[in-house]
Design a protein around this ligand. Structure first.
Ligand SMILES: NC(=O)c1ccc[n+]([C@@H]2O[C@H](COP(=O)([O-])OP(=O)(O)OC[C@H]3O[C@@H](n4cnc5c(N)ncnc54)[C@H](OP(=O)(O)O)[C@@H]3O)[C@@H](O)[C@H]2O)c1
Length: 306
């Protein structure tokens, strides 16, 4: 019996998320060829055994191609470029956080070429990926999910299949609306407690051990306590996701008052020039609105990941 050959994988996008995801695939032994618009960002992946492509069209002949860029406009651009030649992959797995409409357009674009498509957005930041805790939510043909699963499992332990079509996109949009609202709420109560005299680390120590604590509240604790706002996720990408949520709310006639207020608070932050650091700077904006200036507490706190 001939040994079955290992499917070849192409990877588009080595930004904060794409880099760490591709690194886990390569470390897991997959045959990965990576392309990134800014080639230098992808090059360190070679140390894990990935190969770096000079041109995106080099990825077209791979069996499976993953895509992790930023917006729908970017996805459309890179997939269009990928398919500019004659070669084409069997399956595309798209992981960026994009709209239902964009995802449906992509499905049509790929179906016309006979390419299977799995929509597979994710939950977790780059540090979460490194800690081996990323989760995927997937939709599309069940057979494509089954084919993708061994690769998804190399990247993260959890992959939920939620059904056909673009259903995973709405799940991811709901997830990120929740992310924005929870972060703003966490900022509000942290500043309230501090102004009343409670150190931030003390409040969060209690909260993280209470029924309200979560993986998220724990891994944002170092940023909230020691004000390390090195970017994990930008205010701009979060605004995009809140906008996707509000668009979906209009489409399905669902009021989203908390999402709406949070979207505007992110907008205020960006309008004031707070764009480059992590979205957890919602805490700084909240402190300023409350008349206090935050100082790092310089207390060692755990993030629950390492
Ligand atoms: N960061 C998080 O915590 C997080 C969590 C879950 C989901 N997401 C989602 O994951 C996606 C990526 O987020 P990220 O934080 O990794 O963003 P990022 O660091 O800004 O990376 C964006 C990637 O997309 C590439 N790109 C953007 N526009 C492009 C275009 N027109 N043509 C070619 N390449 C293009 C960039 O290439 P260059 O390197 O050349 O700029 C880079 O590789 C987004 O949809 C985001 O909403 C992020």
């Amino acid at each position: 019996m001939p040994t079955p050959t290992k499917p070849s994988v192409g990877w588009i996008g080595a930004g904060r998320m794409g880099y760490e995801m591709a690194a886990r695939l390569a470390k897991g032994g997959a045959d990965v060829l990576v392309w990134n618009r800014t080639r230098a960002k992808a090059e360190p992946l070679a140390q894990y055994g990935a190969r770096i492509a000079a041109s995106i069209t080099d990825l077209a002949g791979r069996d499976i191609v993953f895509c992790m860029v930023a917006t729908w406009k970017d996805v459309k651009q890179v997939v269009g470029d990928l398919l500019a030649g004659k070669a084409q992959p069997r399956l595309v797995i798209e992981c960026s956080s994009i709209s239902l409409e964009g995802s449906a357009e992509l499905r049509e674009m790929l179906a016309r070429r006979g390419i299977a498509y799995l929509a597979a957005p994710v939950s977790g930041n780059a540090k979460v990926i490194k800690a081996g805790k990323l989760s995927f939510v997937c939709s599309g043909p069940r057979a494509s999910f089954d084919e993708a699963l061994p690769y998804l499992k190399m990247i993260g332990p959890a992959a939920s299949y939620v059904g056909e079509g673009e259903l995973s996109r709405i799940v991811k949009i709901c997830h990120n609306v929740f992310l924005g609202v929870v972060t703003q709420s966490l900022a509000e109560i942290t500043v309230l407690a501090q102004k009343a005299g409670v150190p931030r680390h003390a409040l969060l120590d209690f909260l993280n051990q209470s029924v309200m604590g979560s993986t998220f509240s724990r891994y944002k604790t170092p940023a909230f306590v020691n004000l390390d706002f090195k970017v994990t996720f930008t205010p701009e990408l979060l605004r995009k996701d809140l906008d996707l949520g509000l668009d979906a709310g209009r489409r399905f006639e669902v009021p989203l008052p908390l999402a709406s207020a949070t979207r505007d608070l992110i907008q205020s932050m960006m309008g004031r020039g707070m764009r480059e650091e992590d979205f957890a700077t919602l805490l700084v904006q909240q402190a300023e609105a409350s008349g206090i200036e935050l100082q790092p507490e310089n207390v060692e706190v755990k993030d629950g990941l390492s």
